[in-house]
Design a protein around this ligand. Structure first.
Ligand code: HEM
Length: 425
């Protein structure tokens, strides 16, 4: 199939994007898609070039335009218009959506809480959560590995880190999922109203909790944000409500969905590649490299966006100012010029750590150390206590969520055996 025949947003292209990526790499690493009014960037080197140059490539619209063809939100009535306006008023461009110099100012507030050093001290605590979750289904011999395990771990961790009860975040989870879906799917007005109302309710809840922290500080991110002093050109000032909400929402979405997705995807990679699983079982030290390789193969942040601030040239293509670029990290991680036999899952791949699943440059994932810890501990325990993984034949073959931003399985129904005598941790 020629490149022009692919629609990057088509559900079947999203499910199995590899022929599309191959065509991009071969024909046009910077590919203008006229019907979407944007350029798709797909190679390892060019994506690195873009993310290291925030002055030319702005992050102001990181999840892309909301009005992509076929993605428009439903017709607007007065109530919907008001809900949309309220939602827009309460969001500020922080972290992911910030450019220099503001970006570094916001980032410095959250950096400490997620630093490699602090995260290293969390291993025992993460292992406790993992153990409890596995205890919950190990006697059943089957599980939906995504909803019973992969989704629950990062949700518990991020709830604790932000500083809200896990049960509250779980209550909001369903609604947050809906809100994420709402970013990029056409949803009927009734449903959109419900999503927006739920989002506003969640915001009120977070602001109430932030107010509590100002009166009664604790050792959590909510307290940091509620009491932070932001550097500005006019001196220091507290974060406003929209900034606090924007940062919390990003931590929640970026911290939960992504990590959950890769844990599910890595399990499927193991089921499909039993010889690779055998290598990891024989040498559990490989779990770290396996994590990098799984992130390369099944990058949970499939793509994000940048916008040119001026006319520029990328890969020999002239891009006018204000061009939207879709950076397909997943495609960069399948670039044969960087990763030989890129379609092969190889837990011993020497340069697996060069993967771009966490991006690079100033927006490099702030939660990478935490994500790596969660994935490693999850698989250390899963492989120690469970064996003989296979797909549950009573359920349809696993499919990915039809998202052009995130990549992850909708569900993963597996059968397994209990390991006969798990080696002590
Ligand atoms: C496997 C799991 C994860 C993946 C694949 C992932 C991926 C990414 C990527 C690709 C970016 C760069 C966005 C860009 O291009 O602008 C990013 C940024 C970010 N990530 Fe992650 N992430 C993961 C886990 C986490 C976790 C656990 C947290 C929080 C606890 C987190 C919080 C963030 C935040 C706040 C940003 C914005 C940073 C900035 O713009 O400076 N992520 N992540």
């Amino acid at each position: 199939m020629a490149l022009a025949d692919f629609n990057p947003l088509d559900p079947e292209t999203l499910e199995c994007p590899y022929p599309f990526y191959e065509a991009l790499h071969a024909e046009a690493p910077v590919h203008m898609v006229p019907q979407l009014g944007m350029a798709v960037v797909s190679t390892y080197d060019l994506i690195r070039e873009v993310v290291h140059d925030p002055a030319t490539y702005s992050s102001a619209m990181p999840t892309g335009p909301v009005d992509l063809p076929g993605m428009e939100t439903g017709p607007e009535d007065a109530e919907l218009a008001e809900l949309r306006a309220q939602t827009a008023r309460s969001s500020a461009p922080t972290l992911l959506a910030a450019d220099p110099p503001w970006h570094a100012r916001y980032r410095s507030l959250v950096n400490k809480a997620l630093s490699a050093r602090r995260v290293a001290g969390m291993e025992g605590y993460v292992r406790e959560i993992v153990t409890e979750l596995i205890d919950g289904f190990i006697d059943d011999g089957k599980a939906d590995f995504t909803s019973q395990f992969a989704d629950e771990l990062p949700m518990a961790v991020i709830a604790d880190q932000i500083g809200v009860p896990r049960s509250d975040l779980r209550d909001f989870k369903k609604r947050a999922d809906l809100a994420i879906g709402g970013i990029e799917r056409t949803i009927p007005p009734e449903e959109e109203r419900e999503v927006l109302r739920a989002g506003l309710e969640m915001q009120e809840y977070f602001l109430m909790r932030a107010e509590e922290r100002r009166r009664d500080p604790k050792d959590d991110i909510l307290t940091t944000l509620a009491t932070a002093e932001l550097e500005t050109d006019e001196g220091r000032r507290p974060l406003n409500d929209a900034e606090i909400l924007s940062i919390l929402q990003q931590l929640q979405v970026a911290g939960k969905e992504t990590t959950a997705h890769i844990i599910g995807s890595a399990m499927l990679l193991f089921i499909e590649n039993p010889e690779q699983l055998a290598k990891v079982r024989a040498n559990p030290e490989l779990i770290g490299n396996m994590t990098e390789e799984a992130l390369r193969m099944e990058s949970p942040v499939r793509a994000l966006f940048r916008t040119t601030t001026r006319e520029t040239t990328l890969g020999g293509v002239t891009l006018p100012a204000k061009t939207t670029l879709m950076l397909i990290y997943h495609a960069a991680n399948r670039d044969e010029r960087e990763f030989a036999e890129a379609a092969r899952f190889d837990v011993e791949r020497e340069n697996a750590r060069n993967q771009l699943a966490f991006s690079a440059g100033p927006h490099y994932c702030i939660g990478a150390a935490l994500a790596r810890l969660e994935i490693r501990v999850a698989f250390e325990e899963v492989l120690r206590r469970m064996t003989n993984f296979r797909l549950d034949p009573d359920h349809p073959a696993p499919r990915h969520e039809p998202s052009y931003i995130l990549r992850g399985l909708e569900e993963l129904r597996i059968l397994f055996d209990k390991a006969p005598a798990p080696v002590p941790a």
